[in-house]
Design a protein around this ligand. Structure first.
Ligand SMILES: *Cc1c(COP(=O)(O)O)cnc(C)c1O
Length: 473
């Protein structure tokens, strides 16, 4: 085996216990980190032991502060260690920490379902979303939605409805079912032989618009191609799954809301279900409580996770229509939806979610976010104007993205071997900001409590990260 071998530190003096250096060594001795080429630790990729969180800050074991500009993988909403959510979880933990959710019930699960259904997107003329099924992470929620859509048609005897349509450049998680409807080659390619075959429709992504084509025209073009897919597979498609308005893992790519409306219309016209994956966009991230609202559209299945608990605990909720639910009511157990996870509807997670929803009310979060988003727009425009490598600055509410290219235009992407994103990551970290670029796309997705001084730090660190990471080009 070629390559470098990590020297065990045993012979040298071990770092003093409790220091950042000691925790790094203990970590690398035993942990296998997610979404990481472990070979890159620690030389190419620093490893930051965190001691605690405080609002938008992460405080390292070395005492350094890092602004969490990615909300810890898009989960955090109101800041780290938010006292009201922490208190709600602690109270629940002293009361009921976990209970089987088959045959048994508990107040937090019921109350959370009621509250989610009350705030879920609606659409005139459609019966509202009516039932909540819990899972314990986003990918599991996606699996639930896919299985429900498929199984519903089986129960009806429409056995030819076996196909899912997903969007190019979409992302729905890492489990095999979720990967099958994802289109990010880095995550998907190696597992392709294991994956169910989905149909992929072109992304409405405004960045992919042809020269002179507007985002609305791009959306119309992509919707027409989706219509073609339906025509080519009559009666075969059970559902379309999409991330409305914002393809997050695909590079924070945004599309016009008219596309989401066309998906709704096409699903209706062809008798297929519409699955909205709002795992990342839900809970105010794109400006409205849910991104579907911007299109005035209600999906048949709505997948929620990430921000659902304010970023405290893993939980997913899949909201379904009454029509879907009724399709499983039968004397036969096989027609029931027998899917389950051990921690389905965990009371601690539900309590955290309820406390997070309370904060939306007491702190007028969506209103405050509007002001914060406006400030982010101003700062982002300045950062964008400061570098010839910024080809696009785009925003959807509390998400801002900078697309970096060699010549600042669409046709000159950087050579991936330059690892622009990794360089930017390290440069920002040096300045106390956790940015985690997606390829050559830098983005801001901070906790909603981010303040003016923190936004300024974010803008300065981003400008520096762009200039330092691109100086090699
Ligand atoms: C993160 C994400 C998922 C997967 O959620 P996990 O909890 O990481 O499994 C699914 N869909 C979207 C849109 C996501 O951003």
């Amino acid at each position: 085996m070629g390559g470098r071998v990590h020297e065990p530190r045993m012979l040298a003096d071990p770092p003093p216990a409790g220091t950042a250096e000691a925790w790094r060594a203990r970590d690398l001795a035993v942990l296998w980190h997610p979404c990481t080429q472990m070979r890159e630790h620690p030389d190419l990729l620093p490893l930051v032991p965190v001691e605690r969180g405080e609002g938008a800050w992460l405080v390292g074991r070395d005492g350094r502060r890092y602004l969490d500009a990615v909300s810890s993988w898009w989960t955090n909403l109101h800041g780290h260690a938010e006292p009201r959510i922490a208190e709600a979880v602690a109270r629940q933990a002293r009361t009921l920490e976990q209970v089987i959710l088959a045959g048994f019930s508990h107040a937090p699960a019921v109350e959370l379902a009621e509250r989610l259904l009350a705030i879920a997107p609606r659409q005139p003329g459609r019966p509202p979303l009516a039932k909540v099924f819990y899972a314990d992470n986003g990918s599991a929620g996606v699996e639930v939605a896919l299985k429900m859509a498929f199984h519903w048609f089986r129960n009806r005897g429409e056995e030819q409805r076996t196909r899912f349509v997903a969007l190019e450049n979409g992302y729905h998680g890492e489990t095999l079912g979720a990967l099958a409807v994802g289109d990010i080659p880095l995550y998907r390619r190696v597992y392709a032989p294991l994956l169910a075959e989905a149909l992929f429709a072109p992304s409405p992504d405004a960045w992919l618009a042809a020269p002179g084509e507007t985002p609305v025209q791009r959306a119309a073009y992509a919707a027409d191609r989706l219509a073609d897919l339906f025509d080519r597979h009559p009666g075969e498609i059970c559902a379309v799954i999409l991330e409305p308005r914002l393809q997050c893992a695909g590079g924070m790519r945004m599309h016009d809301a008219s596309y989401v409306r066309r998906v709704r219309e096409l699903c209706d016209a062809h008798g297929a279900f519409m699955i909205a994956d709002e795992i990342a966009t839900g809970f105010g991230r794109t400006g409205t409580m849910f991104a579907c609202e911007q299109a005035g559209v209600m999906p048949d299945l709505l997948c929620l996770s990430k921000g659902l608990t304010g970023g405290f605990l893993p939980l997913a909720a899949v909201l379904a229509t009454q029509e879907l639910y009724d399709g499983f009511l039968d004397d036969s157990r096989e027609r029931a939806f027998l899917h389950s996870h051990s921690y389905t509807g965990n009371p601690l997670a539900c309590a955290a979610a309820l406390a997070s929803l309370d904060i939306f009310g007491t702190d007028a979060v969506l209103e405050r976010n509007r002001a914060t988003a406006a400030r982010m727009a101003t700062l982002a425009a300045q950062v964008g104007a400061g570098s010839r490598h910024v080809a696009d600055v785009r925003q959807a509410g509390m998400v801002v993205a900078f697309e970096l290219t060699r010549d600042g235009d669409r046709s000159t992407p950087f050579d991936p071997a330059l690892r622009i994103g990794l360089r930017a990551y390290r440069a920002a970290l040096e300045r106390g900001v956790l940015l985690r670029p997606l390829g050559d796309v830098l983005y801001w997705m901070p906790p909603y409590c981010v303040d003016e001084a923190q936004l300024q730090l974010l803008a300065e660190a981003t400008a520096t990260a762009i200039s330092e990471s691109t100086s090699c080009a």
